[in-house]
Ligand binder design. Structure first.
Ligand code: THU
Length: 157
């Protein structure tokens, strides 16, 4: 038996001002997407914005349904849009924010798996820029930080 551990690398920015201009712009686009959230059931507005490698920015927001399991997360809406409109462009960065301050907007497990699929698809790591508490932001260099031992197409054999 071996007891092993994994390290997760990420950067913490106490305020948005400490981020690069390109990342600040993407976060502002994600914040703008909050206005497109349809979340009458949870009242939890989530906004996402994607920067593609060709510099195009796309937005996403959560879309809920009276049949709760049909609710769609902001991240997956944005990714689906990117895959449909620009299938040849890799996703460089995905920004995620919520209308509620003071929380870390943790992407759900389903979204992590879909982000993982997109990394595999393009062969390029996706930077994740996520709202943290008290005006802070977290930057992860790849979904691998949030989904260790992820399941891929290659596992199907
Ligand atoms: N939600 C997202 O949009 N992204 C996440 O990563 C977590 C949850 C949405 C889904 C639902 O509309 C609401 O937040 C409450 O779960």
């Amino acid at each position: 038996m071996q007891a092993l551990s994994l390290n997760i690398h990420y950067q913490l920015f106490p305020t948005i001002d400490e981020l690069a201009a390109k990342d600040r712009l993407l976060l502002h686009c994600a914040q703008d997407s909050l206005g497109k959230s349809y979340s009458p059931y949870s009242q939890f507005k989530v906004g996402a914005a994607i920067l593609l490698t060709n510099e195009v920015i796309l937005q996403g927001a959560n879309q809920e349904n009276a049949s709760y399991p049909l609710c769609l997360c902001a991240e997956r809406n944005a990714i689906a849009l990117a895959n449909i409109l620009h299938p040849e462009q890799a996703i460089a960065t995905l920004a995620v924010v919520a209308a509620k301050d003071d929380i870390f907007v943790s992407p759900c497990g389903a979204c992590r798996q879909v982000i993982w699929e997109n990394e595999q698809r393009s062969g390029q790591a996706i930077r994740l820029l996520i709202q943290g508490p008290a005006g802070s932001f977290y930057l992860f260099d790849s979904i691998k930080a949030l989904l260790p031992f992820g399941f891929s197409g290659s596992d199907l054999g």
